[in-house]
Design a protein around this ligand. Structure first.
Ligand code: 3HC
Ligand code: NAI
Length: 646
């Protein structure tokens, strides 16, 4: 049964029971629609209370239904029936009322909530706008200034704010159903229908400001501005027209590629932290984590661990390096405080949970140790040999290596079943991706612990098999190689970067190299040559030898004004690169995008065929969360899959 009925005297208590999030699937909507008529006709019922079973009220419409045409009764129809009922309906909210769940509550005549509940319209995260009256009813209840951030800008209302804005009629301390039944008993009639409440037009300046603000925060997505447009049409043309325009926009966006991509990522992101084969395995308890190496990665990892409440011991090789590392970690917390993300007191608390040590002896009591020292096999092996000797017998040992084969790093370790690769991305306290790389001997418990850690850190974990560069850097290599091949054929690098920006990337492949510094790639290539690999001289060598190492030297592929990261086309770089440039006609932007995404997807298919990645969605998660692939495009595998479909 998806909706249960309980009677408390004249009050009918309906409980939506559709685990895990009480989504409003067709069967729930049909049952509720049927109950409106039944309860209206029942002389023994004076009011109807609507509750959610389990930990929340309602998580929204059922997103799994969005790939099919809407089924009757639709959510707007069902809500209209409730709104038109002759007896009062009261939504009793606990946990969350999201999307269609909040819209259903807005269609009820009254709303009460338990303390600590959250009310939100997260539809724009899915590339859509509220489609069941949210853009029309919410402004009429709480005013435009408070409603627009909820509708178009991901603002969340907690119980206190919702009550102060008039969204809630009552806050219930104590048992929710009892309190709500008591509230219902005291009702004397129906309030003024929301549709009839006044909503004056605040004038063009208000709309312009809202529109500019929303456009700035939209991250290239079209839904936020479409949501504002729906609100505005309701103000200008009235409630009924607003509802119609909202629904049309919702259905149009629901069918868009952008919404399909965002839905795909929604489900992929939820599946990622809980691989089916690890669900029954208890992770190892982790409270204190050692981080070896206080450089770029070690400090970011330490901050990420502290942000999740774990205690950290940071190890460096000497006192001076340790001091630099501790200052860098402190700098991360202080920057968060300056940006208003945490209080200064909280920044201090976070720093107080990081202790430093020189050498590895101080890590003896850690539950987990993450190594982030130089990318050098001999250095890493020495570190692990010492860790194997010094750490607790049940401690898990992890490496953050980018390229070195974890099997080589773990050689000689006393307990390789407790060894795993944890590949964070820079800056580690920000980037969501965590590639988890099991060694052939890694135990299921160690792997389950790695996924559990990712969950606690709020990361998106993706399991990768062992190959050069794992999933992400391997695809990056292919992407860059394809871009360089295009350049050699005759397409200017500025055209290639512009095409990728047009597609939605924050920057193109050459701008990315300028940002990271060309010297790193140059040195890697030199090292590979010394190992005997045949790597031809290319544009990187030409640019670096001319002193153009990227932004840090004022120029690389582009020129940069001091203190300004805006790339400017460089005559000098053009001249340096001229001998390499082929004479074919330059490719168009769509051709560039097609070829680069195609190359990434082709590498992705090879990675799948070799069993390095478990699914195309995992590859797309790597691209979106580690390499700036635009969310609205889903990922390279999603893109080529869509193209392949008729
Ligand atoms: N429809 C279908 N399935 C949903 C869902 C939804 N609205 N929301 C969550 N799920 C599924 C998840 O995919 C996951 O499935 P799995 O166990 O098979 O992986 C399961 O429910 C549990 O989800 P979470 O892991 O996210 O559980 P949490 O407890 O961490 O979070 C939540 C619960 C806060 C409700 C979170 O799931 C969430 O934010 N859900 C999406 C809310 C949303 O976007 N609602 C708007 C939907 S669109 C809409 O309502 C349109 C309307 O305007 C017409
Ligand atoms: P880094 O050079 O900034 O930092 C390395 C730190 O390790 C230095 O501070 C050094 O003093 C310290 N160190 C060296 N030997 C040590 C020892 N025996 N004990 C304690 N500390 C020691 O290097 P970075 O960039 O932080 O990289 C570290 C690791 O992370 C490398 O394996 C790298 O491949 C990997 N990585 C780097 C990424 C990046 O973007 N920089 C991204 C993902 C992984």
């Amino acid at each position: 049964m998806t909706v249960t009925i309980d009677r408390h005297g004249g009050i009918a208590v309906l409980t939506i029971d559709n685990p895990p999030v009480n989504a409003l699937k067709t069967a729930v909507r049909a049952r509720l629609a049927e109950l409106v008529g039944m309860l209206d006709a029942d002389p023994g019922v004076t009011a109807v209370l609507l509750c959610g079973a389990g930990k929340l009220f309602i998580g929204g419409a059922d997103i799994t239904e969005f790939d099919r045409p809407p089924e009757s009764p639709t959510l707007p129809d069902m809500i209209a029936r409730i709104e038109g009922a002759t007896k009062p309906w009261i939504a009793a909210i606990h946990g969350q009322a999201l999307g269609g769940g909040l819209e259903l509550a807005l269609g009820c005549h009254y709303r009460v909530a338990a303390p600590g509940a959250t009310m939100a319209l997260p539809e724009v995260n899915l590339g859509i706008i509220p489609g069941a009256g949210g853009t029309q009813r919410l402004p009429r209840l709480i005013g435009l200034a408070a409603a627009i951030p909820v509708i178009a800008e991901r603002d969340l209302l907690d119980t206190d704010r919702a009550a102060s804005l008039g969204l809630l009629d009552h806050v219930i301390d104590g048992p929710l159903t009892d309190g709500a039944v008591a509230f219902a008993r005291n009702l004397t009639g129906l309030p003024l229908p929301v549709a009839e409440r006044p909503l004056p037009d605040p004038g063009p300046a208000f709309w312009e400001m809202a529109s500019a603000r929303i456009a700035r925060g939209a991250k290239g997505q079209s839904a936020p501005l479409a949501a504002l447009a729906a609100v505005r049409s309701g103000v200008e043309q009235g409630f009924a027209a607003g509802l119609r325009i909202e629904r049309e926009t919702f259905l149009r966006l629901r069918a868009s590629e952008e919404a399909a991509a965002l839905r795909y990522l929604f489900f992929a992101e939820r599946a990622a932290p809980r691989p089916a084969n690890l669900r029954s395995i208890e992770p190892h308890p982790v409270r204190t984590v050692g981080v070896v190496g206080g450089g770029t990665m070690g400090t970011g990892i330490a901050a990420a661990l502290r942000n999740a409440g774990l205690t950290v011991v940071l190890s460096e090789r000497d006192a001076a390096a340790l001091e630099r590392g501790m200052i860098a970690v402190r700098g991360i917390f202080e920057a968060a405080a300056r940006r208003g993300l945490i209080t200064t007191a909280e920044a201090e608390t976070r720093m107080a949970g990081v202790t430093g040590c020189v050498g590895l002896e101080g890590l003896a009591e850690c539950d987990l140790v993450i190594e982030a020292v130089f990318e050098d096999l001999a250095v890493k092996r020495t570190v692990f040999a010492d860790l194997g000797r010094l750490c607790r017998a049940d401690a898990i040992l992890a490496t953050n290596t980018s390229y070195i084969d974890p099997r080589q790093i773990a050689e000689g370790l006393p307990a390789p079943e407790r060894f795993v690769g944890l590949h964070f991305f820079s800056p580690a306290q920000v980037m969501k991706l965590l590639e988890i790389i099991p060694h052939p001997a890694t135990s299921p418990e160690t792997l389950a612990t790695a996924f559990d850690l990712a969950r606690r850190l709020g990361k998106v974990p993706v399991r990768s098999g062992i190959c050069e560069g794992f999933i992400g850097n391997r695809i990056l290599k292919r992407y860059r190689a394809r871009a360089e091949a295009m350049l050699r054929d005759g397409t200017p690098h500025s055209a290639i970067d512009a095409a990728m920006r047009g597609f939605g990337h924050a920057m193109g492949p050459f701008e990315m190299q300028d940002m990271a510094g060309l010297d790193i790639a140059f040195l890697n290539r030199e090292a590979a040559r010394q190992r005997g690999e045949a790597i031809p001289e290319g544009p990187i060598e030409l640019l670096v030898r001319a002193g153009r190492k990227g932004i840090k030297t004022g120029g690389g592929w582009y020129d940069y004004a001091p203190g300004d990261r805006t790339p400017r086309v460089s005559d000098e770089a053009t001249q340096i690169l001229a001998p390499l440039m082929g004479s074919s006609a330059a490719l168009s932007s769509p051709q560039i995008v097609d070829q680069l995404i195609g190359a990434m997807a082709e590498e992705g298919r090879a990675i799948l065929a070799e069993g390095i990645a478990a699914s195309p969605a995992d590859i797309d998660l790597v691209q979106v969360h580690g390499y700036g692939f635009p969310r609205t495009r889903g990922g390279p595998m999603f893109q080529t899959d869509r193209k392949a479909k008729p």
